[in-house]
Design a protein around this ligand. Structure first.
Ligand code: SD4
Length: 341
């Protein structure tokens, strides 16, 4: 097989070479031929590329890009970018200023993953401004992937993080207003959305990614969403591609969303086809579900060639893209159904 491949590469004859492949082996299975076909024409890899969910992805991308270009390691660059929305009180769905749960507590989920499949994650973390940094420390300084709740806080404090109040007066006011009716029906694209998820293909052609969020507004105390769960809110396989989710975490967890997007890319689907297929699968599994009323999910995906896409169930989802060719910009994701506020 590998000799045959070498021969094909040297021959570099496109379609003619493919024909000779079949002739050469005589018994080539269909899959073999298909695999070889994928090598012609070999695509030019575009790198580095960074993509992130939502408008707050743009300043995050800019910071990550700057750090990456300054020679920082991928995970440090991702951390630097994601700290921006985490610290911004006007971003109501991530870190400081995020909507609290129904008890008025801001509880945070985050994860980070590198090209060697090393992962670090924190869930149900309170009182720490930068959960993405704690997730990175979990990856680097513990034998575990995920720390949760009080244990995650204890670990963060032992690593020198400072405990602080993350509930801003604005968020407190909104929470008190919510308490008047106490109905859990997150507003699409506002209250069940807006995690920042970031995916990167670095200069060396390696993938990395991260997620950070305060999760769904007015969730039950103790609820953990998809964002800190490797395979749900974020997944990557350095041989294939990376994917990340935003939206109603329960639906993404039920379907192992990001892992499935990556697996479809492994089978030859483009990032767009993969995101679309999994979004449609989520729709099919939820169309008669009680969550459908407020269901929104969106995925972003990036493959090893630097090709990327976003796709969501309902309209309104966008993502930030950064590359050398076109700089930093926002792109609107395609969607299955329109939705108006
Ligand atoms: C969650 N996926 O916790 C997240 C929601 C989100 O800002 O996108 N929040 O379910």
């Amino acid at each position: 097989m590998s000799n045959r491949r070498d021969f094909i590469k040297k021959a570099a004859l496109g379609a003619a070479a493919v024909t000779s492949v079949v002739g050469l082996s005589g018994f080539a299975e269909k899959e073999d031929v298909k695999e070889d076909l994928l090598e012609f024409p070999s695509k030019k890899v575009k790198k580095p590329v960074i993509i992130s969910t939502w408008n707050h992805g743009l300043p995050a991308n800019q910071e990550t890009w700057k750090e990456l270009k300054a020679g920082k390691p991928a995970l440090d660059a991702i951390e630097a970018g994601m700290k921006i929305p985490e610290a911004d009180p006007n971003v109501r769905s991530v870190g400081y200023g995020g909507y609290p749960d129904r008890e008025g507590k801001v509880t945070l989920d985050a994860c980070i993953m590198d090209h060697n499949s090393n992962c670090g994650s924190v869930s149900f973390l309170q009182g720490i401004m930068h959960p993405i940094s704690v997730a990175k420390k979990v990856l680097q300084n513990t034998p575990h992937v995920m720390l949760s709740g009080q244990g995650a806080l204890q670990f963060a404090l032992s690593e020198g993080f400072k405990e602080e109040n993350l509930l801003t007066p604005e968020s407190e006011k909104d929470w008190k207003k919510w308490l008047e009716e106490s109905k859990y029906k997150p507003v699409i694209n506002i209250e069940n959305h807006d995690t920042i998820s970031m995916l990167m293909l670095d200069q060396d052609g390696n993938l990395a990614g991260g997620c950070t969020t305060s999760g769904a507004a007015w969730k039950m105390h103790g609820r953990v969403g998809d964002s800190p769960i490797i395979g749900a809110g974020l997944f990557l396989d350095n041989e294939v591609g990376a994917a990340a989710a935003t939206g109603l975490g329960e639906a993404v967890i039920r379907t192992a969303g990001s892992a499935m997007v990556v697996e479809l890319m492994r089978q030859g689907k483009s990032p767009f086809e993969a995101c679309k297929e999994i979004t449609e699968r989520i729709y099919n599994k939820h169309k008669n579900h009680k969550d459908m009323e407020y269901l929104q999910v969106g995925f972003i995906a990036l493959n090893k060639n630097g090709e990327h896409a976003g796709y969501s169930l309902r309209s309104g989802f966008n993502y930030a893209v950064s590359d050398d060719e076109k700089g930093h910009r926002m792109e609107d994701a395609k969607f299955k159904m329109s939705w108006d506020k």
